[in-house]
Design a protein around this ligand. Structure first.
Ligand code: MG
Length: 212
């Protein structure tokens, strides 16, 4: 699946209570950023915490796998262009995110984008989806798509106004309240009401021989 993934377009602060927990106002339009496809890992692969990164957080999210070409797609047609719904963890180096003026480094480390297997979007009601996150078996996040500031169909339409979405692109649609720190030895699982889930152990990153 990963060889077919293109860009990963992410939405920040899409739940009011999550924006509040980090001390931010609710945005008036979607706050977008990108994660590199090199951050992707599947079910079971370790999230590697860089030794000098400071606090690294989980962010359980509803991910959308784009199936069609979207340019200026109206909201009423947006869901037709979504092939699959995936559990996604927008792992974030929070200390670096606060230090940098943009989020490329904090969100872009290798292993910082675990995704589960897609569940077919056709037949699902996007407004009824929910996401939950567990760390070491303890419930940490519970979010409903109905509580999003910018709903899923709107996001596909909005992004397609200025950035053509292509088959294989992924959208990470924001995390609900309850984000928290991951430490080596933890196990984190993001699961969606539609059945997609992704579970990953957390390890300290080790220096490796460079690969080219
Ligand atoms: Mg996020």
């Amino acid at each position: 699946m990963f060889s077919e993934v293109g860009k990963i377009v992410c939405v920040g602060r899409n739940y009011a209570r999550h924006a509040a927990e980090l001390g931010h106002a609710v945005p008036s339009e979607p706050l977008l950023f990108l994660k590199p496809p090199s951050a992707l890992i599947p079910e079971g692969a370790p999230i590697r915490v860089p030794p000098d990164a400071g606090r690294v957080d989980f962010e359980g999210e509803i991910g959308l796998l784009i199936g069609g070409r979207c340019r200026h797609t109206p909201e009423s047609r947006a869901w037709e262009q979504v092939a699959g719904v995936v559990a996604l963890n927008d792992v974030t180096a929070r200390a670096i995110q606060r230090r940098d003026h943009q989020w490329t480094r904090a969100k872009g480390f290798d292993t910082f984008c675990p995704v589960g297997l897609p569940v077919q979007a056709a037949g699902l009601d996007p407004e009824a989806l929910s996401v939950s996150t567990r760390v070491n078996g303890q419930s940490r996040q519970q979010g409903e798509a109905a509580d999003m500031i910018f709903p899923l169909r709107f996001l596909v339409s909005y992004i397609s106004r200025f950035m053509t979405l292509l088959p294989g692109d992924l959208l990470a649609t924001g995390t609900p309240e309850g984000v928290g720190r991951l430490r080596p030895g933890d196990a984190v699982e993001v699961s969606l009401s539609c059945g997609s889930s992704v579970s990953n152990p957390v390890e300290a990153d080790k220096p490796l021989a460079p690969t080219y």
